[in-house]
Write a protein that binds this ligand. Structure first.
Ligand code: SF4
Ligand code: MG
Length: 325
């Protein structure tokens, strides 16, 4: 059975003006990602700011085309799927409910917008569907004719969720959906997302730099570092038996307060390497407490370890020869 959504050797680079002389350089935001998500999974994608999570999310939504590689839904490349069908299958929820909602539109018209764009039903039917969805996400109907500025952050995120679900999608790509919210509101929104998953049989791809949030909801986790997946396994195994040294550092960081830069304190310092000039070999080697001689020149590929998939020379054949302490 083919995966519900699958990425194969996905690459995306951007030309940026960088450095002291603002010269044009290439940023490899997503640098060879393979992912496979089964129906009903909640795939958490974690990593520090700048690791390529959001670019990957935009590609899975069909909003940013890959430089190379492919994304398929049930075996069909998304470039061959019509915009209407894609909108019916995959919908986004973005991080910032302050900027992702049009401040001049009413709440009901924001929620019905995807139906309006695709001219689904009459105007009256679209409004009725939008109001039904507002009720499902716990927003009282008296807000239907308000504007986003009159709502709290949590209420606005409920509007964004209603807008995503009004098309009855199968897959929802959530990019940091709770990180702009107060902690108490975050839990309410996460619980709402989990209830809606049951009710609507949804598959989530859930992007977050917050491991506690991912631990709460994910069935599977992919850990990203500089545009690549370095560990991919079931959530219980990832949190219970992390294998990649970067995953271990991230998990240790859950116990330390955030640095205030949106970057968890990994205990590895803030020296997140420059994605324009990523280190050769294993991109993590300058920060890795367990690096081996070959790590600075030989790039490890994602490989099965029995528990899941890990891209690290500690688990390659050399490990069996006794190089691992
Ligand atoms: Fe560390 Fe080497 Fe593994 Fe990279 S490949 S995480 S540098 S041990
Ligand atoms: Mg991001």
């Amino acid at each position: 059975m083919s995966a519900l959504i699958e990425a194969r050797q996905l690459y995306r680079s951007f030309t940026v003006n960088a450095g002291m002389f603002k010269a044009k350089q290439t940023l490899h935001a997503v640098n060879g990602v393979d992912l496979s998500v089964q129906r009903g999974d909640v795939l958490g994608i974690v990593g520090e700011s700048g690791c390529g999570k959001s670019t990957l999310a935009r590609m899975l939504l069909g909003l940013t085309p890959p430089s190379s590689g492919s994304i398929a839904i049930e075996g069909r490349d998304i470039s061959s799927i019509s915009r209407l069908e894609l909108a019916r299958r995959v919908q986004p929820i973005f991080q910032d409910p302050y900027s992702s909602l049009n401040p001049r539109r009413s709440i009901a018209s924001i929620v019905s917008f995807p139906l309006d764009v695709h001219r689904i039903g009459t105007a009256a039917e679209r409004r009725r569907k939008a109001c039904e969805m507002l009720e499902r996400v716990g927003l009282p109907l008296r807000y239907a004719d308000n504007t986003p500025g009159q709502l709290s952050g949590g209420q606005r995120q409920r509007v964004a969720i209603a807008r995503a679900l009004v098309m009855q999608p199968e897959i929802v790509v959530c990019d940091e959906p709770t990180s702009a919210l107060d902690v108490s509101v975050q839990a309410q929104i996460l619980n709402l997302l989990m209830d809606l998953r049951q009710e609507f049989n949804l598959t989530y791809i859930f992007i977050s730099h917050n491991l506690a949030v991912v631990d709460h909801i994910a069935s599977h986790v992919a850990v990203m570092y500089l545009g690549r997946v370095v560990e991919f396994k079931e959530a219980a195994d990832l949190f219970g038996r992390p294998e990649h040294p970067y995953t271990r550092a991230l998990l240790d960081s859950v116990l330390t307060p955030e640095t205030g830069l949106g970057i968890p304190d990994t205990g590895l310092g803030l020296s997140f390497p420059d994605p324009i000039n990523p280190p050769p070999g294993c991109a993590f080697h300058p920060r890795c407490p367990q690096r081996l001689p070959q790590c600075s020149s030989l790039r490890p590929e994602l490989d099965g370890t029995g528990l899941g998939q890990v891209a690290c020379h500690l688990y390659s054949s050399k490990a069996e020869e006794g190089l691992v302490s």
